[in-house]
Design a binder for this molecule. Structure first.
Ligand SMILES: Nc1ncnc2c1ncn2[C@@H]1O[C@H](COP(=O)(O)OP(=O)(O)OP(=O)(O)O)[C@@H](O)[C@H]1O
Ligand SMILES: [Mg+2]
Length: 284
């Protein structure tokens, strides 16, 4: 007999697990939460700049399929950690594992090839190139075609359809032929997101995707990140607690290169150390 368990709002009625008070639908969801697989793990990850530890013995675990926020005051080491994870900096010590394999010390292009893509804290577009041209170059670059100065229209045309899909995905298809320099700030950030998506990443790292945006763009970006997070894992840095609360399944709080607290947004926002170190500062 199928009976509604009453514990899950979406429960349509399931079989009762013998000897438990939970129906199997509920039990399966509990099992799936408990068996989350770490996609990326760091162990003792450390980066020193002339003896100063910007990232200090960080043990971070990112579960597959989650949206994970990395927060902390200015200078906490968040961007440095992103630079380590993506190979833009080599760690002083410690290890990084991706899908269980050691990727410590790999070059950025090798890491990108494994399915890890990032966006940068500061916009990094070419003003003269259109959105579509940016995407065509990004798609062509793994083939070696993107780097050739004399590219033919025909050769680049093979990337047109996918470029249009990507630019449509971030809501910019109507501006596809406009030079990036003429786009509004929020639109530039959306184009950068499309460029990161061109790599078809399993893990997407976004460094302050809403920095400098007004409320309307912030809310648009929240919706966009939710949409692109389907089927992949996202780690993002943001100072805006509305963004962190709206998006994150898990939050890691950093301070002075170390992990200060971890948990759900509700857990960390009530943590006294976090309030003192970060939220207190933000609302001061
Ligand atoms: N290349 C570098 N050389 C020397 N010091 C550096 C370098 N990069 C970062 N740092 C220092 O490391 C610390 C962490 O910087 P990082 O940029 O990672 O902070 P952050 O958490 O991203 O800050 P913000 O929120 O302001 O972006 C800071 O004190 C910074 O000055
Ligand atoms: Mg930063």
């Amino acid at each position: 007999m199928r009976t509604r368990c009453g514990l899950q709002p979406h429960c349509l009625g399931g079989k009762w697990a013998v000897g438990t008070w939970r129906c199997l639908d509920r039990l399966n969801s509990v099992i799936s939460v408990n068996s989350l697989v770490p996609l990326l793990q760091t162990s003792g990850l450390t980066k020193e700049f002339q003896g100063f530890r910007a990232v200090n013995e960080v043990d971070l675990s990112i579960n597959e399929g989650t949206i994970h926020a990395l927060v902390g005051p200015n200078g906490a080491g968040k961007t440095t950690l992103f630079n380590l994870l993506t190979g833009f900096l080599a760690p002083t010590s410690g290890t990084i594992r991706y899908r269980g394999k050691d990727i410590t010390g790999k070059a950025p292009e090798q890491i990108a090839h494994l399915g890890i893509a990032r966006s940068f804290q500061i916009t990094s577009l070419f003003d003269q190139l259109t959105g579509l041209e940016h995407l065509e170059l990004a798609l062509a670059s793994p083939t070696g075609l993107g780097m050739r100065f004399w590219r033919s229209e025909g050769q680049m045309g093979q990337f047109r359809a996918r470029s249009l899909e990507l630019i449509d995905q971030v809501g910019l298809v109507h501006l596809a032929d406009k030079p990036a320099g003429s786009l509004a700030y929020g639109q530039k950030r959306a184009l950068e997101l499309a460029l990161a998506l061109a790599l078809e990443p399993s893990l997407l790292l976004l460094d302050e995707p809403t920095a400098g945006m007004g409320l309307e763009d912030v809310n648009r970006t929240i919706a966009l990140v939710k949409q692109v997070a389907k089927g992949r894992t996202v780690v993002f840095v943001d100072h805006n607690m509305h963004v962190v609360g709206s998006l994150s399944d898990q939050v890691t709080v950093m301070q002075q290169g170390q992990i200060l607290a971890e948990g759900s947004y509700e857990q960390v926002r009530l943590d006294e150390n976090v309030i003192t170190a970060y939220l207190g500062q933000a609302h001061a």
